[in-house]
Structure formats: C-alpha cells, structure tokens
Design a protein around this ligand. Structure first.
Ligand SMILES: *[C@@H]1O[C@H](CO)[C@@H](O)[C@H](O)[C@H]1NC(C)=O
Ligand SMILES: *[C@@H]1O[C@H](CO)[C@@H](O)[C@H](O)[C@H]1NC(C)=O
Ligand SMILES: *[C@@H]1O[C@H](CO)[C@@H](O)[C@H](O)[C@H]1NC(C)=O
Ligand SMILES: *[C@@H]1O[C@H](CO)[C@@H](O)[C@H](O)[C@H]1NC(C)=O
Ligand SMILES: *[C@@H]1O[C@H](CO)[C@@H](O)[C@H](O)[C@H]1NC(C)=O
Ligand SMILES: *[C@@H]1O[C@H](CO)[C@@H](O)[C@H](O)[C@H]1NC(C)=O
Ligand SMILES: *[C@@H]1O[C@H](CO)[C@@H](O)[C@H](O)[C@H]1NC(C)=O
Ligand SMILES: *[C@@H]1O[C@H](CO)[C@@H](O)[C@H](O)[C@H]1NC(C)=O
Ligand SMILES: *[C@@H]1O[C@H](CO)[C@@H](O)[C@H](O)[C@H]1NC(C)=O
Length: 413
C-alpha cells in the first residue's frame, strides 16, 4: 500500500537491478522450417477459391498446399488444423474485392453500420493445431481496389465510416482464433481491407521474418495483433502500415509470455500494448527494435472503459526516430470512460534511445494508482517535451541523445 502522495517522483540515477524474470515467451523458439508440400498449384487467372480450398481440405496433416506459380485470385479460405499454406517466392495471392464473397449472411459486408461485424476474414484458422502460413510470396488484400458492385475502395468505405462516426464492414486479412502452435513465416502481407494478422486466444504463436508493407492511408490496418494469446514470439519482422504496427492485447483472455525481437517498425502508429487490456497484458519483452516515422513509439494505452492490469513489461534496446510521442503511456486513451481501472505497473525501459525531439507522455490514473515505471539507460535529446502526471518513475531521462544511429537495434531480415 502506498502512503505517500505525489504526482511526479524521480528517484536518482543509481539503478543496477537486473530483472531476470519471465517477461518473455516461455518456449524456446528457433527459426521455423517450411513444411513439405502436399500439392503444388498454378494460378488459373480466374477465381481459384475452390481449387485452393479443396487442396487445403485434402492435404495431409503436417504438410502445406504450395501456391507455386502466378497470381491467384481468391475469396475467403479456411486453413484446416495441422495444414499450412505456402505462398512461394514470386507468387501473389490476391483477395477478390467482392463484398458478397465475405458476407456473413446479412448483406452487410461492404456497407457501413454501427458494428462493423458483417464480413468473414480472407484467411481463417479456427481451433487449429500446428497450422501455418509460409513462403516468400505475397498475400495482397486489395484494400485499395474498388469493390465489386460499388464505385469506391474498401479503404474509401473506411474513411466514409469515420466521417459519419460508424464502422465499415470490411474483411480482416488473416484471423486466427482459439488455436495452438501456429506459425507465420517469411510471408509478405499488404493492403488489407482491415487488420493484417490477428490472433485471438491462441497459445504457441510464432511470427518470424514477415514483411508488412501497406500505405498510410489505410485505416485500421493494424499489422500484427496478438489478442489474449500466450507464448508468443514475433521476431525479425519489418512492418510499415497505417495503424498500430504491433498490438499486444487482452480483450477476452489474458495476454502473457510474449517476446517481440529484432523487429523494424517504419511508418504506422506504434509498438502498442492495448488499448484492450481488459484481461491483463503481462510478462512481455520487446527487445531490439527500431521505430522510425510513426505517430507514437512505445505506446501503452488503456482507459476506464477497458481497465485491466499491464505489468512486468520490458522494452530494451530500442531506437526511436521521427516520432511525435516517442514514449506514450496513457491510462485515458481517447477519454473513453467506464467502470474499470487500468493499472500500469512494473514497466521497464532499458537502453532506449529517442533520437529526435518529441513529447514524452506518462499519464497515470491517480496518485494512489500511478504508472510505475523504471528508466534504465534511457536517452532523449535536449529539447524533448514532457507531459507527466501520476507517475512513480525510478531512474531518469538522460538528455544526451544526439540523433546518430543506434547501431544495435534489430538485426535486419
Ligand atoms: C517486474 O518485471 C520483471 C520482468 O518481467 C520481473 O522479473 C520482476 O519479477 C517484476 N517485479 C515485480 C515486483 O513484480
Ligand atoms: C529452454 O532452454 C533452456 C536452456 O537450454 C532450458 O533450461 C529450458 O528448460 C528450456 N525450456 C523449454 C520450455 O524447453
Ligand atoms: C507456454 O510454454 C511453456 C513452455 O513450453 C508451457 O509449459 C506452457 O504450458 C505454455 N503455456 C500455454 C498457455 O500454452
Ligand atoms: C459513387 O456513386 C455515388 C452514387 O451512386 C455517388 O454519389 C458518389 O459520388 C460516387 N463516388 C465516387 C467516389 O465516385
Ligand atoms: C475470432 O475472434 C474475433 C475476436 O478477436 C471475433 O471477432 C470473431 O468473431 C472470431 N471468429 C470466429 C470464427 O470465432
Ligand atoms: C527513417 O526513415 C527515413 C525515411 O524513410 C530515412 O531517411 C531515415 O534514414 C530513417 N532513419 C533511421 C534512423 O533509420
Ligand atoms: C531538439 O530541439 C532543440 C530546440 O528545442 C534543438 O536545439 C535540438 O537540435 C533538437 N534536437 C534534435 C535531435 O532534434
Ligand atoms: C514506487 O514504485 C516502487 C517500485 O515498485 C516502490 O518500491 C515504491 O514504494 C513506489 N513509491 C511510491 C511513493 O509509491
Ligand atoms: C523493410 O522494408 C522496407 C520496404 O520494403 C525496406 O525498404 C527496408 O530495407 C526493410 N528493412 C529491413 C531492415 O529489412
């Protein structure tokens, strides 16, 4: 219990405590191996949905359907348990931009309404074990293409929805629910009508060496979201998009034991935790990251609508450039209000370099529920602005960053 009242507390520079805890994926994860093919497919140039789905449905467990040649056009696909999809180098799989193909039965897909739940995803895994998506090819959601039967694109629909404060019914690119031991390796993802890669309540989840390359004008185009997942490793990725590059969340179940390693974030919104922290996000290590040209850098966000506990989080070896709010820990995200209490505790920033001027935001809930933050070797430029309230900060912001490259963060791809 705290007995002291304070709004901003900085406790000296002596800090030598090394956390050797369990803030990471509990598995020992190594580079994935691409499974053997059960079938090699060549694109017909027509709608290949049935051909791909039939091949997936008849593929032996442990093997992959290889898309081996050409540009494939498809509607929604389901990857069965134990089976993988392999998009080989030089091959593209494109989502046909026809809302009818993704409609969940109410003729809402491709329209605007109050919920935005009218479409199924382009690629679904549900209750799968040991499935994956592999290969150096590209999956293109065609979010910037005009929808069949309409005169606007999926992204245009999303902007129209924002303008009238409603939601677009657009398909997600890849949705993985309630699954175990899922691997996403090497693939390039681009232009989703909605989120790129979302895993929900999935345990044992490895995303390794993927590239996400989507323009800024794409609303809600989150890169990699792990929602209520455990034992997660996201490693050696390169993510440029229009919304959160990575989001660690806990909407319906706790999100914990997560490692984000050697990853480059180049445009988009942030390396985020939240805002769906309801069930608690904890024990996460974000290590070896460059963040360049996003709106926020390290971003932990929640509010009293979401609530939940965000704790035991380590950000280390991070280099941040050209970011408006390089560090933003906000318990009043969008001012959404409810009856829950967000708690941000035991957050550590270690060897973090902010290379360009920006505003550091640390907004805790109250003096009795402050953000508990440790700064260990955190460097910012002279000229940095601060907006800090209700924070218990150990360590200090060292104003000695000079803008030169950090040299350590990320190991490329
Ligand atoms: C703080 O988090 C670190 C890293 O997860 C962990 O090792 C340590 O035990 C935590 N400390 C407390 C007091 O919970
Ligand atoms: C991971 O590797 C370490 C060191 O080799 C070992 O002690 C530990 O038991 C391994 N953990 C798992 C879950 O295999
Ligand atoms: C996470 O991985 C560890 C080590 O392999 C395992 O013991 C544990 O059961 C896993 N947790 C979940 C929820 O799968
Ligand atoms: C699309 O068509 C509607 C009428 O059907 C029209 O009002 C609208 O301006 C058109 N939008 C574009 C981008 O052409
Ligand atoms: C998968 O989970 C998401 C929430 O993350 C949910 O919106 C969607 O309905 C789920 N899909 C299925 C098929 O259960
Ligand atoms: C950030 O990105 C810009 C534009 O893409 C590039 O010119 C610059 O070198 C990058 N900076 C760092 C530190 O990577
Ligand atoms: C930050 O802003 C100050 C002026 O407020 C300026 O002197 C300094 O060069 C800037 N530093 C960087 C790294 O942008
Ligand atoms: C600040 O946080 C540290 C670390 O959790 C704790 O030991 C200390 O009591 C807190 N100080 C106040 C005034 O709450
Ligand atoms: C990340 O992707 C961009 C765009 O494809 C590319 O220019 C950049 O070199 C990549 N960075 C790394 C480190 O792979």
């Amino acid at each position: 219990m705290r007995h002291q009242s304070f709004s901003f507390l900085a406790i000296g520079t002596f800090f030598a405590l090394v956390h050797v805890g369990t803030a990471r994926d509990l598995r020992n994860v190594t580079e994935p191996k691409t499974p053997q093919a059960c079938a090699h497919l060549k694109a017909t140039g027509e709608d290949d949905t049935k051909i791909i789905q039939n091949a997936l449905d008849s593929c032996a467990k442990g093997k992959a359907v290889a898309l081996s040649y050409g540009t494939f056009y498809s509607g929604p696909l389901t990857i069965p348990s134990g089976v993988s999809l392999l998009v080989e180098s030089g091959v593209m799989l494109k989502a046909i931009p026809d809302p009818k193909l993704y409609d969940l039965g109410e003729n809402l897909c491709g329209t605007i309404d109050d919920l935005g739940l009218g479409c199924k995803p382009f690629i679904t895994m549900h209750g799968a074990k040991g499935s994956g998506i592999y290969g150096k090819g590209t999956i293109n959601g065609q979010g910037g293409s005009v929808m069949t039967g309409s005169n606007i694109t999926w992204w245009h629909l999303a902007r129209n929805a924002v303008a009238v404060r409603k939601f677009q019914n657009n398909p997600r690119l890849i949705q993985i629910n309630n699954s175990i031991d899922i691997t996403i390796y090497q693939i390039t993802l681009k232009n989703p009508p909605f989120y790129h890669l979302t895993a929900s309540e999935t345990n044992g989840y490895t995303v390794w060496g993927i590239t996400i390359q989507t323009p800024t004008g794409s609303l809600n185009s989150d890169g990699i979201d792990a929602v209520g997942c455990q034992n997660v490793t996201i490693a050696n990725c390169n993510i440029s998009t229009g919304d959160d590059n990575i989001g660690l969340k806990a909407l319906t179940a706790p999100g914990r034991y997560m490692s984000v390693l050697n990853t480059h974030i180049n445009r988009g919104n942030s390396m985020a935790i939240g805002s769906e922290t309801n069930y608690g996000v904890s024990d996460a290590l974000i290590s070896g990251m460059t963040i360049n040209g996003t709106y926020n850098g390290i971003y932990i966000k929640s509010n009293t609508f979401r609530g939940g506990r965000t704790s035991n989080i380590v950000f280390e070896n991070i280099c941040i450039s050209n970011v408006g709010k390089p560090i933003n820990l906000d318990t009043a995200y969008y001012n959404m209000k409810g009856n829950s209490t967000p708690v941000f505790q035991n957050i550590t920033l270690r060897n973090v370099w902010v290379q360009t001027n920006g505003t550091i935001v640390i907004h805790g809930m109250s003096n009795t529920n402050p953000i508990v933050l440790t700064l260990d070797d955190v460097h910012v430029p002279k000229g940095t602005k601060y907006s800090v309230r209700h924070a218990n900060i150990t360590g200090k912001w060292q104003e000695d960053a000079t803008g030169s490259p950090c040299g350590f963060a990320g190991n490329g791809k």
